[in-house]
Design a protein around this ligand. Structure first.
Ligand code: NAD
Length: 239
């Protein structure tokens, strides 16, 4: 581990074109559960699997039930960025990091100070009326019970989050591909790389400094130039 940290430190010192690609594991040290860890949402018991609840069909067929799960599990009160979020913001401020590409919807990178954040799956902080398209913050969801309704027209308010069966935003995808394709160092952290098409984006990387930081093995380790097994907040605080 020590040796790998030393190598990564040296790469980072000499680069001004780092791109970070992350997932739910980046926020577990802030207290937000991921999906696939042993204590993740997939291993907790609900009437339906999380993929079903967080799907477009389920949202419209069982909106109230969707919101019960969503408020309970996807919106966590008083969470703060951890050492991983803070380090990435610091690198951007220093001109070393070009962008954070995240599958997370929690907004913690922005809270840490990151500016160039590609939110592949949207954000719990943005919500809109499905009928008149008025935009609302997170209070529109947390400040009421049941199905949140648009005060202006009575339409259903939907989170600006990419649900299963929904497509990703084209502009976000193409900007992410551009950042990855041109990156000097690509650091991938806290993701099982099991959710597509997001996981496929890392294949656009052409360099020779692909770093994986994860607390468990992922499906794509053979391609990596450096694999660090550990908690990402702990690892990044040492860089
Ligand atoms: P995942 O749950 O499939 O995988 C998380 C990975 O991170 C696992 O491999 C796990 O071992 C690892 N991990 C967990 N804690 C870690 C830590 N402290 N340090 C290093 N590694 C750690 O998550 P995913 O790959 O992001 O895909 C799941 C989908 O769920 C994504 O689309 C994401 O949008 C969504 N999601 C988001 C949040 C969030 O916004 N915080 C939370 C849960 C799920």
């Amino acid at each position: 581990m020590e040796e790998k940290i030393t190598i990564l430190k040296e790469w980072i010192e000499n680069s001004n074109n780092i791109v970070f690609f992350g997932g739910a594991g980046v926020s577990t040290e802030s207290g937000i559960p991921d999906f696939r860890s042993v204590d993740g949402l997939y291993n907790q018991k609900y009437d339906y699997p999380p993929e079903t609840i967080l799907s477009h069909t389920f949202f419209w067929r069982k909106t109230e039930e969707f919101y019960r799960f969503y408020r309970d599990k996807m919106i966590i009160d008083n969470v703060k960025p951890n050492a991983a979020h803070l380090k990435l913001a610091e690198w951007e401020e220093q001109g070393k990091l070009k962008a954070v590409i995240t599958q997370n919807i929690d907004g913690l990178h922005q809270l840490a100070g990151s500016k160039e954040v590609m939110e592949l799956h949207g954000s719990v902080h943005r919500n809109y009326c499905d009928k008149c398209h008025a935009f609302y913050g997170i209070d529109a969801i947390t400040g009421c019970e049941g199905v949140p309704r648009c005060p202006a027209c009575g339409g259903v308010i939907k989170p600006d989050v990419v649900l299963y069966e929904e497509g990703l935003d084209d502009t976000t995808i193409s900007k992410s591909i551009q950042y990855i394709a041109n990156a000097d160092i690509l650091i991938i952290g806290g993701t099982s790389l099991a959710v597509w098409p997001a996981a496929g984006l890392i294949d656009y990387y052409r360099g020779d400094k692909l770093v994986l930081i994860n607390k468990s093995q992922t499906q794509r380790e053979t391609r990596a130039n450096l694999v660090i097994e550990g908690k990402i907040g702990e690892v990044m605080s040492r860089l």
